[in-house]
Design a protein around this ligand. Structure first.
Ligand SMILES: *Cc1c(COP(=O)(O)O)cnc(C)c1O
Length: 432
């Protein structure tokens, strides 16, 4: 009935998440409020790592892409499941380290890492660094030499695959700011250079073809392209690439009409391609990594708001204004991303209206969505926007100097604060 499996309606007719009444959560913690279901986060991680174990015979790892949703509590949960982490900034590295995350299971990403970040990654003992370009390779070689550390690295490769998704989240094609192109020979040149670097250990190759991808086929294609490059490296340089990361990007259900493939199916089909290609190319199967972000966090989360003004503009549209908006969910203004919404205290009723849900910022584009089916919403109602667990909190801002909402985790009928609500004092914290 709802987009995520952890949502239901209780006897009072209120929406529940992980069995907890969302209207009581709004009363207890205030709004806007991010709510994350720990059990579903864990279940999603297990879906991936159980499949990795099953289909790659244990020779693989799941690295949760922490940019989807990162805070100390999330890092602790990922660590307790035994999974790794993909981090892209000093802030994400610092969060993981502060949470006691095993840093040797962290891959450090980014198309323009600073010297400070590279040094910090080395000092923190990250498992590997995914190098994006030649100047970065040179900087890393130098910093690693100075520190007397020889990090494992991977190269970010553009496999040249069109993954049929929104252009802002498409990353595998030649016209992309990420990584080395295969077609131009740039990737092979980089490998030759790294093999001769004495302070880095070229462990593997990496690709990530985009995000919110529903088809399995582009992932299979990417695996074929990457493995044939690994075979070419073996043939031309006699060098064995030991690891292969095929990235994340698995699509999730945001709208009722979405029908993404179960995550297990991706792994089953892609692992089949990997085994087949390795046999055909006569290479050993590399140690495999995947980096799901959205698919772990998005379905586990919802955002709760309080409804304020209701404006019916005859013949035009009805605006439902909420006490949050683009600062806590910038995905509509960025990508016109669509969500399902429910009036949490009227969740058993039919959604009989089509409305525009508007935020409280000084921007006409500050919307959660247009033409959204909704129950008749009135001032004082609690609105739930569904599947907001990824790229909402992590992309939130203080635009209009609006303090960020709290993040609450629910599990086993209990709730707890994982990130405190910001106060106006937090807003001026760094002001001189
Ligand atoms: C964003 C990103 C991911 C995760 O993508 P999702 O669509 O959230 O699964 C994985 N790897 C890299 C390199 C990324 O940039």
């Amino acid at each position: 009935m709802f987009v995520s499996e952890n949502l239901a309606v209780n006897a009072q007719g209120n929406l529940t998440i992980g069995g907890i009444d969302t209207v009581s959560l709004a009363e207890q913690y205030g709004t806007p409020l991010y709510v994350m279901d720990e059990e579903l986060v864990r279940k999603n991680l297990r879906r991936f790592h159980d499949s990795m174990r099953k289909f790659y015979g244990g020779r693989g790892e799941v690295h949760y892409a922490s940019k989807a949703f990162c805070c100390k509590e999330m890092c602790r949960i990922v660590a307790s499941e035994g999974d790794g982490l993909d981090a892209v900034s000093i802030g994400e590295l610092y969060t993981a380290k502060s949470a006691g995350f095993p840093m040797d299971k962290v891959g450090f990403h980014g198309n323009n890492k600073t010297d400070e970040e590279l040094a910090y990654a080395l000092e923190s003992g990250v498992g590997h660094i995914i190098v994006d370009n030649i100047p970065e390779l040179h900087r890393l070689e130098k910093i690693a030499g100075e520190k007397g550390i020889r990090p494992q690295i991977m190269f970010r490769i553009k496999p040249g695959i069109d993954a049929h998704t929104h252009k802002a989240v498409l990353t595998g094609q030649i016209d992309s700011k990420f990584g080395f192109a295969l077609e131009t020979g740039e990737a092979m040149e980089a490998v030759k250079e790294a093999v001769n670097c004495k302070n880095v250990d070229l462990m593997g190759l990496h690709c990530h073809i985009g995000s919110q991808i529903f088809d399995i086929e582009p992932f299979e294609q990417a695996a074929r392209v990457m493995l044939s490059f690994i075979a070419q490296i073996k043939k031309e340089l006699g060098f064995t690439v030991r690891g292969l990361n095929l990235g994340g990007g698995f699509g999730i259900k945001y709208l009722n009409e979405h029908d993404p493939a179960p995550f297990e199916n991706y792994l089953e089909r892609v692992s089949g391609v990997v085994a087949e290609e390795c046999a055909k190319l006569g290479i050993e199967q590399p140690y495999m990594f995947i980096e799901p972000g959205r698919s772990i966090a998005a379905p586990a989360g919802i955002t709760l708001y309080k409804v304020g003004a209701r404006k019916e503009i005859p013949g035009i549209r009805t605006y439902i204004s909420i006490d949050g908006g683009m600062p806590d969910n910038p995905r509509y203004i960025l990508y016109q991303s669509e969500y399902e919404a429910v009036v949490a205290n009227k969740a058993s009723q039919e959604r009989t209206e089509k409305v525009t849900i508007a935020g409280k910022c000084c921007e006409s584009g500050d919307l959660i969505g247009e033409n959204m089916p909704l129950q008749h919403a009135e001032s004082g109602d609690i609105l739930a926007v569904l599947a907001t667990g990824a790229y909402n909190y992590s992309m939130s801002s203080n635009y209009n100097r609006i303090p960020k909402p709290a993040v609450v985790f629910v599990n086993g009928g209990e709730s707890r604060v994982a990130v405190k609500r910001e106060t106006p004092e937090d807003i001026i914290r760094n002001d001189i």
